[in-house]
Design a protein around this ligand. Structure first.
Ligand code: NOJ
Length: 548
């Protein structure tokens, strides 16, 4: 992008281009009433902590009424709060208290599907003649079987037979998550009205769950990026959030930079940004499932992230993340969660937070939480892992291989309770936690992190602060530096200023040639780092940022 365009963008900059978002998975964040499940009052009690970290927005995973087949991603009432989490009064209070701390609340919008316990689906399945029948996707059997071979993302067929009517309904996730029929204008209107209900409460925007699926054409076997997807998003923008100063971020697993521009080019009036997932699929075998593992090639990571950094220009905006509630913990995944837990945690933070885009921190990432290994399937709660286990066992995979996949990629890894202190259950609950706390909580917890000025927490805090102070981080141009494959290094340039960011992504020392003199260290995770000669030795997982 040219300097002039950048200047322009900065002038017209939106709050969300300068925000750092913190994702809360409410079930696992903080319990206030001893039922072992996190809740809204628990979140309210931790707002001061989030303020101290410096984040300016929260993405709240679903808190709506739900039978919890998929931990709240199966919604039975969009305008009511899940019993375990509290009430609408608590929700209003959370919005208010967060606002008072300068934090906006981004709600999770799950409108590809509802729960099968949603009023619409109960009506829809009551009879073929119901006015709600067409809210969902019903099809007759073909030759006495499923209408076609579409598969659920949670294993098995995506079609479920309804004995009473003899028809099948579509569910791209669990059979308790029937897909809504977006071709029905009445469905779309109900959704926009519901969005306006939330916008009127003063929320900061929406994170849109699997939004790339809403234009599906199931009869053609087409699920993502369907032909009407962008028409729907433009209509949604006009009918709801377009007139509010909010941010929207779409979850779009199959997005390429070209597709990303369709969503987030400001001229198209769709979304603020999307989550692209190309980098988090690099340790998965080509054309296979996420469970089919292969080692990460750092060269590929550099290539993919750099491509995203440079290709959107002013026709889009990146979101930056390593973690969320569906992904394993980054330190366990591509770092070292034993000897170099702290050092690799800080390295990932520096590497990502110096990039261009809006960074997202997933709860616990800021204290270096790690995966929690399990021995048997009985210890697993996540529906995706459980369904995969049964499907693969039946297909002849070994128990051992499946458990390796689950321990590497299973979603429970990121969902263990937040580790607050060294008291029982890490201060998460006074009851029995719905999912066990990671055994390492005595070492890894917020209380300890806050007491140690060299902890990962303070690296995150400083990175957030730097972003607030330096337009270079928000707006600067990005350029990858060609280095040895284990070192990820890039420049950021803005209005005559130039920063060098470098990270050793390995367990071994690495050498980096310094082409320019380092004028000032902006941040580093190694206080002994020497930048005086033209060669820098980066110890395992060292990372630094210097002005050159
Ligand atoms: C994506 C969400 O992030 C995930 O947790 C959920 O299971 C699916 N969408 C279905 O809603």
């Amino acid at each position: 992008m040219k300097q002039e365009t950048m200047g322009q963008m900065e002038q017209t900059g939106k709050w969300w281009q300068q925000a750092v978002v913190y994702q809360i998975y409410p079930r696992s964040f903080q319990d206030s009433d001893g039922d072992g499940i996190g809740d809204l009052q628990g979140i309210i009690s931790r707002i001061d902590y989030l303020k101290k970290l410096g984040i300016t927005a929260i993405w709240l995973s679903p808190v709506y009424k739900s039978p919890n087949d998929d931990n709240g991603y199966d919604i039975s009432d969009y305008q009511a709060i899940m019993d375990e989490f509290g009430t609408m009064v608590d929700m209003d209070l959370l919005i208010e208290k967060a606002a008072a701390a300068g934090i906006r609340l981004i709600m999770d919008l799950v409108v590809n599907h509802t729960s099968d316990e949603h009023r619409w689906f109960i009506e829809s399945s009551s009879s073929k003649e119901s006015p709600y029948r067409d809210y969902y996707i019903w099809r007759d059997p073909v030759a006495g079987e499923e209408p076609n071979g579409l598969r659920s993302i949670f294993s098995g067929s995506a079609w479920q037979l309804d004995e009473a009517s003899g028809q099948y309904y579509l569910h791209l996730f669990s059979k308790k998550q029937p897909d809504l029929n977006w071709e029905n204008p009445q469905v779309r209107k109900e959704i926009y009205d519901m969005m306006n209900f939330w916008l009127d409460k003063g929320i900061g925007g929406f994170r849109m769950d699997v939004i790339d699926l809403i234009g599906k054409q199931p009869d053609k076997g087409l699920t993502d990026n369907g032909p009407k997807l962008h028409d729907y998003l433009q209509e949604m923008n006009r009918a709801s959030f377009g007139s509010h100063d909010v941010m929207t971020v779409g979850e779009t697993w199959g997005a390429t930079p070209e597709i990303a521009k369709m969503y987030s080019d400001p001229a198209r009036q769709e979304l603020s940004m999307i989550f692209q997932f190309e980098h988090v699929t690099l340790d998965q075998q080509e054309g296979k499932e996420k469970w089919d593992l292969k080692p990460l090639a750092i060269a590929q990571l550099k290539e993919v992230l750099s491509k995203w950094q440079t290709s959107l220009g002013d026709q889009g905006w990146n979101s930056l993340f390593w973690n969320n509630h569906d992904l394993p913990r980054i330190i366990s995944r591509w770092g070292n969660d034993q000897k170099y837990r702290e050092q690799s945690g800080k390295m990932f933070a520096i590497l990502l937070h110096m990039m261009k885009g809006t960074p997202y921190i997933y709860q616990g990432e800021e204290i270096g939480m790690t995966n929690r290994p399990v021995q048997t399937i009985e210890e697993v709660q996540d529906i995706e892992s459980i369904n995969m286990y049964h499907e693969r066992r039946a297909a002849g995979f070994s128990e051992e291989d499946i458990m390796v996949s689950i321990n590497t990629k299973g979603r429970d890894n990121a969902r263990t309770p937040m580790q607050w202190d060294s008291s029982e259950n890490a201060g998460f609950t006074k009851g029995t936690p719905w999912l066990p706390v990671n055994d390492n909580y005595l070492e890894v917890n917020v209380e300890r992190a806050l007491a140690d000025p060299t902890s990962i927490f303070y690296t995150y805090q400083k990175l957030i602060q730097l972003r607030k102070e330096h337009p270079l981080i928000v707006w600067g141009e990005y350029e990858l530096i060609d280095t040895d494959k284990q070192v990820f290094a890039y420049y950021r340039r803005y209005k005559g200023e130039k920063w060098l960011v470098a990270a050793n992504m390995s367990d071994e020392p690495q050498e980096l040639e310094l082409r320019e003199k380092a004028k000032e260290v902006i941040i580093s995770n190694n206080s002994a780092l020497s930048l005086h000669s033209d060669k820098v030795i980066l110890q395992p997982y060292d990372a630094f940022v210097v002005r050159v």
